[in-house]
Design a protein around this ligand. Structure first.
Ligand code: SAM
Length: 588
């Protein structure tokens, strides 16, 4: 296992060598074989710099590796009560995990400060996940090149090594990208290497693969269990062929380095690697088509990509004030918290102040986790205005164990994306419990156009005239005074669904003008389809690990009931009334 990346398996095998078998004391097993009967692409031998990645693959990549060379080996000074999260035996320093990316407006003169938690960029661009070293090397020197425009996906390498390349692996270790059960050789796997085209597929015994690439095997087991459950749920045997292709690789895909199948495998691998940077669950992409259609083409992000105007709006909101500012002279505040009891938790008190919510009910319903970190969703009513407020470093609970910091920790579940008759859909690839956090809905965050009331026009003129040099995460008092009091505008309003017709999700409690659009930039949350009787729901979330972070609102997706492996995860975008006007939208 790589020191800095959990899902990458480094195997000390060299091509066509049986040294590795000796190393494992397996001299009697057949030598490792490269499947070399494929026709190689003519090599272009063009040298490219890594900067070409962004232009060649049309897009956008952003990676933790830019700021965090080795996420796994971070040493932190233990100054406050938020130090490191430990999961699966690894440590993450939350101070170094980005909470949002802010994209400055063209021509903006604001000097927004960038740090590990908030990355300020001129343009959001996709990059490979940290640690994908062989893919980076291939992007520079590989002679296989993706020729089909529609298969160039932001963030995916457009070049790979071919077996005929005269670029010997300059590392002593090779990275296993994926493993597939061998169809005709029991006890063997096909092994696909990161950065290498499929003409370099290997056959390795299960003992070797288990020993050297246990994470790849674990992911393949989740994938294959999903495929079996998905097949069983459909029950007609129609999917047998598709499942066999995915699990065992049929000859067509094995023998064709340019087959779209491999782009689906790349999407799976590189998006899962981006997730692994933040300990999120894997994502699997499948196509049911015999003649495969183009894979979904969008730019992956783990966090919201916030436009400057939306960011400034967030900074000026009442909810952005830290706890002491917000509580003011309120003397009912406890100095310490008991997060296990809602009425004593500071964050519930904060919610009361910021959103007018009461734990006992009231105009805004304040959602609560139970002691296992499952959201209590009994008597759930879609039309309620509701919000979830998580703990921060003001509370005295532990960031790694507190049952009120689930979205903040970000551990999403394993999800499969499969195409069907309403485009792609998201499916559970592991069992999900009622109330469990599934994944955040992220994308580009922007502001809806303001209603042009006289006051708004005057306000916006004032804002434009004001010099905003050196804006930090906190606005000055004068700047705060200049911002409209959003709280006053929207509190106690009847909850309205702001879900757009496509990939837009809005807030009804936190700020009705802020929208998250996952059409071009998003994560796996963008694939969940609409149902009138859904098994999951959107929840507005106020969550930040540190009070010093700006409060960027989040939308998280939680399960309304238990969801079995292979079942579609569905949301209700539209009310029954709205559905009447939605042509083409189906209830089921
Ligand atoms: C957020 S996307 C869901 C993922 C989408 N199916 C895809 O392939 O990317 C919303 C779009 O999916 C389609 N969709 C989702 N639920 C649907 C339903 N119940 N009936 C028909 N179309 C649906 C519509 O085209 C809608 O605009």
């Amino acid at each position: 296992m790589s020191a800095n990346h959990p899902n990458q398996q480094h195997v000390a095998f060299r091509q066509g060598s049986d040294l590795s078998l000796r190393a494992h004391g397996l001299q009697n097993t057949p030598p490792v074989q490269a499947i070399s009967s494929l026709t190689s692409q003519p090599s272009t031998r063009q040298k490219r710099t890594l900067n070409d990645v962004t232009t060649t693959v049309a897009g956008v990549i952003w990676s933790l590796s830019d700021t965090i060379p080795s996420l796994r080996n971070i040493k932190t000074n233990l100054k406050d009560n938020v130090n490191i999260w430990k999961t699966n035996g690894t440590s993450i320093d939350p101070k170094k995990i980005p909470s949002a990316i802010v994209v400055q407006a063209v021509g903006s003169t604001l000097q927004l400060k960038s740090n590990n938690r908030i990355q300020v960029v001129q343009k959001y661009e996709a990059r490979l996940a940290s640690g994908c070293s062989e893919a980076r090397r291939a992007q520079e020197n590989g002679s296989w090149k993706q020729k089909k425009e529609e298969l160039l996906i932001p963030g995916l390498p457009s070049k790979k090594f071919l077996e005929s390349d005269d670029n010997p692996r300059n590392q002593s270790e090779n990275i296993v990208q994926d493993v597939f059960l061998h169809s005709s050789k029991p006890g063997y796997f096909y092994v696909l290497w990161e950065g290498w085209a499929v003409d370099n597929l290997y056959e390795l015994s299960d003992i070797e693969v288990q020993q050297s690439a246990s994470e790849a095997v674990r992911l393949a087991q989740i994938r294959d269990a999903f495929l079996d459950a998905f097949n069983a749920a459909n029950g007609t045997g129609e999917l047998d062929e598709f499942v066999a292709r995915e699990k065992y690789l049929d000859r067509n895909v094995r023998m064709d380095v340019n087959h779209p199948f491999w782009t689906f495998k790349d999407l799976t691998y590189f998006h899962t690697q981006l997730h692994a940077d933040l300990e999120k669950g894997p994502v699997f992409y499948f196509s049911l088509e015999t003649d495969m259609q183009n894979p979904p083409n969008f730019t992956y992000t783990n966090v919201n990509v916030v436009r400057e105007d939306a960011y400034i709006r967030c900074l000026g909101r009442l909810a952005n004030q830290n706890f002491s500012e917000l509580s003011g002279s309120a003397n009912t505040m406890r100095s310490s918290t008991a997060c296990s009891s809602p009425q004593h938790c500071k964050c519930n008190q904060r919610a009361l102040l910021a959103y007018g919510a009461t734990a006992a009910g009231g105009p805004v319903r304040l959602l609560q986790y139970n002691a296992e970190g499952l959201l209590q969703l009994d008597n759930y009513n879609f039309d309620d205005a509701r919000i979830l407020v998580e703990c921060s470093n003001t509370c005295q609970c532990s960031p790694e164990n507190c049952h009120r910091r689930v979205v903040q920790r970000g551990k999403s579940v394993a999800i499969a994306v499969v195409n069907g008759n309403i485009g792609y859909g998201g499916y559970a690839a592991e069992p999900i419990k009622k109330g469990q956090y599934i994944v955040e809905y992220v994308g580009e965050m922007y502001l809806l156009k303001e209603r042009r009331s006289k006051e708004n026009v005057a306000q916006s003129k004032k804002m434009k005239a004001q010099p905003h040099a050196n804006i930090d995460f906190r606005l000055t008092q004068t700047q705060k005074d200049e911002m409209p009091d959003v709280h006053a505008l929207y509190i106690n309003r009847p909850a309205k669904s702001k879900r757009g017709s496509s990939y837009e999700a809005g807030f009804s409690v936190i700020d009705e003008r802020i929208v998250i659009c996952a059409s071009k930039v998003g994560n796996v949350g963008r694939f969940f389809n609409h149902s009138c009787n859904p098994n999951a729901t959107f929840v507005e979330v106020h969550s930040r690990c540190f009070e010093s972070d700006p409060l960027i609102p989040k939308i998280a997706i939680f399960a309304l009931r238990d969801i079995a492996v292979g079942e579609a995860i569905t949301l209700r975008y539209y009310s029954d009334q709205q559905m009447k006007d939605k042509r083409g939208m189906k209830c089921g």
